[in-house]
Design a protein around this ligand. Sequence first.
Ligand SMILES: Cc1ncc(COP(=O)(O)O)c(C=O)c1O
Length: 381
Amino acid sequence: MIDSSLIHKEFPQPEDLYYLNHAAVAPWPARTAEAVGQFAQENITIGAKDYPNWLAKEKLLRKQLQSLINAPAVDDIALVKNTSEAISIVAFGIDWQQGDNIVSSNEEFPSNRIPWEAQSRHGVEFREVAIQGQDPEQALIDACDKHTRLLTISSVQYASGLRIDLERLGTFCAQNQILFCVDAIQTLGAIKMDAQAIQADFIMADGHKWMLGPEGIALFYCRESAREHITLNQYGWHMIEQYGNYDLKEWTPAKSARKFECGSNNLMGVHALSASLSLFEEIGMDIIENSVLDHSRYLMERLAQDNRISLITPSKEQAYGGIVTFQVHDHDQNALHRNLLNENVICAHRGGGIRFSPHFYTTREKIDKSLEILSLSIRFN
Ligand SMILES: Cc1ncc(COP(=O)(O)O)c(C=O)c1O
């Protein structure tokens, strides 16, 4: 059970606001606003006098992210701007050969498509595999051949909400010497992830969705054995092994994933995301995941009872995460979406339907009320 007084304290959202949009940009918990407020206060009073404390916070955040994904070492964690930047570091860092291919799905968010498509200048093929069938993982596996260098996939698809069996893909990639890249932004903070169990080489996620943090600070996990495959394209004072030695002329890139951080980090974002993650630690990811999946299950059951609605998200166990997307027959989904927003049901129009994404703290009452507003919107639309 999640302590309801904690939820009230951390999420003082208005009674008549139904925030079902954590798959887009999520609200912060109160502690995150406090952390940013304190950081701002410190800046206007003593500036960076206590800079070592900021660095200690940065170190803490790396540890928190390591623990969130069960990475083998804190050295595997880099802090970057966003998911797209992390994917670009990988896409532009691999020594591609003419004829190589990259396997992915045909449902990816542009962040996990455009950096790979840009490798066509090296004669690299980007294979977008249809994953709408009975066995999406097998479809991805079948699309690989001896020229496949990398398989990249979102752990949960942003539009359909389809959740991928990462362990199965990771095992296949490991057995076939294929690099495995996971865009985890629609999972981290909602569903547990174990970097070692899934055998990922790269995992990336910005903080502003299910982790309830700000935009502009992201996790980039790079497995130690994969670090040597990535040629650096950004350099600066922060990424060298001899970090802090400003006079040194003979430098080498850091052995750790810090080598992907060219300059000063976003320390305001660091303070914010660290505060947000402390809430997940306090409650526990088991409880959070249960609650997120419970909401999705409940939403899908309720929506399936309405014959005017078709689910886009698969309702099979393990095949969904925190996203539930659906289509309302004979309705302009765009107009319906605008109507829901007008009624304070904050959701998204994605994948040709309406996307609801409540988080663990969303109450059942708010979900019921949103469904009631949806039903009324359908009737009067
Ligand atoms: C699957 C996925 N990847 C990436 C992003 C965003 O990327 P970035 O962190 O670069 O803004 C989104 C945002 O909607 C997304 O759904």
